[in-house]
Structure formats: structure tokens, C-alpha cells
Write a protein that binds this ligand. Structure first.
Ligand code: 3PG
Length: 394
């Protein structure tokens, strides 16, 4: 496993200064950050490194410039500190940050401020260009090792993700390692039958995943739900979707190439007088809000006999109780299945919370959104490429 990357087991970290890229990017409600999985998980990597006597300097982004969730990381440091002490430094590359880094003691950790406060951070540049940035040049000489613990930002060719890996011995942290192990198990040497349950609203990503896993033979079946099911049903001629002509054309092309491997809803739920009503797809007029009972039963049988299940995106408008039925039933089915299950995408995680299932019932729930979609659609991730053994500075 993970032969392609160094992990923190490959380094003697005692007494070493480690620059650790984490991703504590969180939802911000009324200016407040609540405890969440990302914070919990990255705190474990920080704690392990501190326990091994390292000097740990963590860095992360939060939000995007101009957004309401673009805030400093002070609250994140306080939340991380609920698990292991992490001091917040109100600076990234200035004298205050550099002094704090240089005077850090063994077994201690600090968190620099939001790296996206630096304009250089988000330039989409190749690693060798980022390695020349002021950001990387100011900090790199203060460290012995760079560890990226954030699979969820590996799709960004940003300075904090790819720049340091070019100039420091580098590897992956525990959270990244778990993500990669789960992804490798789900997508390489996959136990068959392998099914993908693809829903949610991001239909372009969904199309790319379906095309990739069916053209490479990685999936035996794709069970389609959510908004993308509308596009496939329109492609089959059940109704028209004039605003999505290009997407419907793409769906038609996918059906032409891989039709026998794609399962579509046979019945769905629509809204009538504010209530749920189930109809056969031959009678439906969009908008469709959920999959219907017959479809749920059909999908559950496939879930039961699968050995590997990858699920992305809810089956319907799970925020509304009357249209949560499909999402809830499929999630419960996957949670009870004997298969290795990997779930991911932002909406999927919130759907798991809304239906009240414990994440431990699944083999792995990814912390990533965009990075996961990109990985599942077979595209390379700059943050991983730069860490591949032999490509970083070692
Ligand atoms: C995420 O939340 O998916 C990651 O932190 C990436 O954030 P970004 O889409 O703002 O780059």
C-alpha cells in the first residue's frame, strides 16, 4: 500500500521541524466555526507528530478571498486544541511567524494564519514556479520536512500544496494516508461486483466519473440517482429538459456506449400539493425530487450483493423529509451491506448526518469534495503528483 508516497513512518521526526499542510476549511455560520471531522482528524496527525517529538507548524486555508467564510484561523486553532495544544500565530511569512517557528519547542505545535491571505497562494502554477514564490522561499529554510495531510486540497496546484514539496523532503500525513488507502482499495484490485451509486447536483463531475469507471471497466454497474437521473431520463425520451440540452446529449452518448451497465430509476417522487407522490418514469413531469419505492428496492438488491460500493451524492432533495426517503434507504442499505464502502462529496457527508447514521457504519467516508471527484474520474491531482516518490526533492 502507498508504495508511491513516503508517509510519516518513513521519517525520523524527533527534533525535526515539520511543515504540515492540513485542510480545516469549514462551514462558517454567523462567523463561527463548529467542530467537525476535518478538525478532529487532522488533530490526530498533529498529536502523533508532537508525541514523537517533532516541532509541528500547521498551515491551512479557510474560504476564498471575498467570501463570507474567508476568515482567520484563530477559531480553528482553538478547536484543534481541544485534542492537542495548538498555538495560533496571527501571521504566515512575516517576522512574527518566523520567530514563532524558530523558537518552537520539540513536541509543540502551532497553526499559521489562513494561507489564502497571501495572493501568491492561489495562483494555479506548476510546483517549480510556486517553489520560487516569496511564500515558499521565506518559510522553506526553517523546516526539515514537508508533510501534506490534506487529500482534499490535492486538486489545487496552490503554493502550500505543491511549492514546498519541490524543495523539502516530503510525504503524506495520516489523514491523506487513510484517504489514499480507501481510494486504492475501492479503485485498484477492486473486489467484484463493484457498483457506483451516483447522485447529487454536480452533474458534470458525475458524468466524468461514470464515463471513466465504465470505459476502464472499474465498475460493474452504475446506479443513477439525484439530479443526474433527470438528465438520463430525458436522454431516454421520457421528457424534455430544454435548459440542459448539452448535458442531455452527453447522457444520451453515455447510454449509447454503456447502456447495459447503467441502472436508472423506474419510479420517482414528485411534489403534489406540497406532498410526496410517486409516479412511474413514463408518466413523470419534472421536477423530480426523489427516487421511488420500486427503484429503492431494485437498488437495495444490488447493494446487498456488491463487494465494493462507491457512493457520491444524495438520491434526492434530502433536506426535505418527504423527499429524503431514497437517500435514507440507500445510505442505510450501504451501511448494512457487507461490501467495502467508500462515500464522499460534501452533500453526501451532510446527508449522512441528516439521516442520523454513524459514519463508522461505512468503511470510509472521505473528507474531500472536489479532490475526490477528480480522483474518481481518473484525472491526476497536482498535490499527489508532486509527492510521488522520486518527484519531490528526495
Ligand atoms: C474543500 O473544502 O473541498 C477544500 O478545502 C478545497 O477548497 P476550495 O474548493 O476552496 O479550493
Amino acid at each position: 500500500m502507498l508504495m508511491d508516497y513516503f508517509t510519516i513512518d518513513d521519517f525520523d521526526v524527533e527534533g525535526r521541524s515539520i511543515l504540515l499542510r492540513i485542510d480545516v476549511n469549514s462551514e462558517v455560520i454567523d462567523g463561527r466555526v463548529l467542530m467537525n471531522e476535518r478538525i478532529r482528524e487532522h488533530a490526530r496527525t498533529i498529536k502523533e507528530l508532537c508525541d514523537r517529538g517533532a516541532k509541528v507548524v500547521a498551515m491551512s486555508h479557510q474560504g476564498r478571498a471575498g467570501g463570507r467564510d474567508f476568515i482567520t484561523l484563530e477559531q480553528h486553532a482553538a478547536l484543534l486544541s481541544k485534542f492537542t495544544p495548538v498555538e495560533f500565530v496571527d501571521d504566515i511569512i512575516g517576522p512574527a511567524a518566523r520567530l514563532s517557528i524558530e523558537s518552537l519547542e520539540e513536541g509543540s505545535a502551532l497553526l499559521l494564519d489562513n494561507v489564502r491571505l497571501l495572493a501568491e497562494e492561489t495562483l494555479e502554477l506548476p510546483p517549480e514556479e510556486h517553489a520560487k514564490s516569496i511564500f515558499v522561499r521565506k518559510l522553506a529554510s526553517l523546516f526539515d520536512i514537508f508533510i501534506n495531510d490534506a487529500f482534499s486540497v490535492a486538486h489545487r496546484s496552490h503554493a502550500s500544496v505543491v511549492g514546498f514539496a519541490k524543495v523539502l523532503p516530503s510525504g503524506v500525513g495520516r489523514v491523506m494516508e487513510q484517504e489514499l488507502q480507501a481510494l486504492q482499495r475501492a479503485t485498484q484490485n477492486t473486489e467484484r461486483p463493484c457498483i457506483y451509486i451516483i447522485g447529487g447536483a454536480k452533474y458534470e463531475d458525475a458524468f466524468s466519473i461514470i464515463e471513466h469507471v465504465l470505459s476502464t471497466g472499474k465498475a460493474d454497474k452504475v446506479l443513477v440517482t439525484g439530479f443526474i437521473a433527470n438528465l438520463f431520463l430525458a436522454a431516454k425520451g421520457f421528457f424534455e429538459m430544454e435548459r440542459y440540452l448539452e448535458a442531455v446529449r452527453r447522457a444520451r452518448n453515455i447510454l449509447r456506449r454503456f447502456g447495459e451497465k447503467i441502472e436508472l430509476p423506474e419510479d420517482v417522487a414528485v411534489e403534489e400539493n406540497g406532498e410526496r407522490r410517486e409516479v412511474a418514469v413514463s408518466e413523470v413531469e419534472p421536477p423530480i425530487y426523489d427516487i421511488g419505492t420500486g427503484t429503492i428496492e431494485k437498488y437495495l438488491k444490488m447493494i446487498e450483493s456488491a463487494k465494493t460500493i462507491i457512493m457520491k451524492g444524495p438520491a434526492g432533495v434530502y433536506e426535505r423529509e418527504e423527499f429524503r426517503v431514497g437517500t435514507k434507504a440507500l445510505l442505510e442499505g450501504v451501511a448494512s451491506a457487507a461490501a467495502f464502502s467508500l462515500l464522499g462529496g460534501g452533500d453526501t457527508s451532510s446527508a449522512i448526518n441528516v439521516v442520523g447514521l454513524d459514519k463508522s457504519r461505512f468503511s470510509y467516508v472521505s473528507l474531500a469534495g472536489g479532490a475526490l471527484l477528480r480522483y474518481l474520474s481518473g484525472r491526476s491531482l497536482p498535490g499527489l503528483d508532486v509527492l510521488a516518490r522520486g518527484k519531490s526533492s528526495e
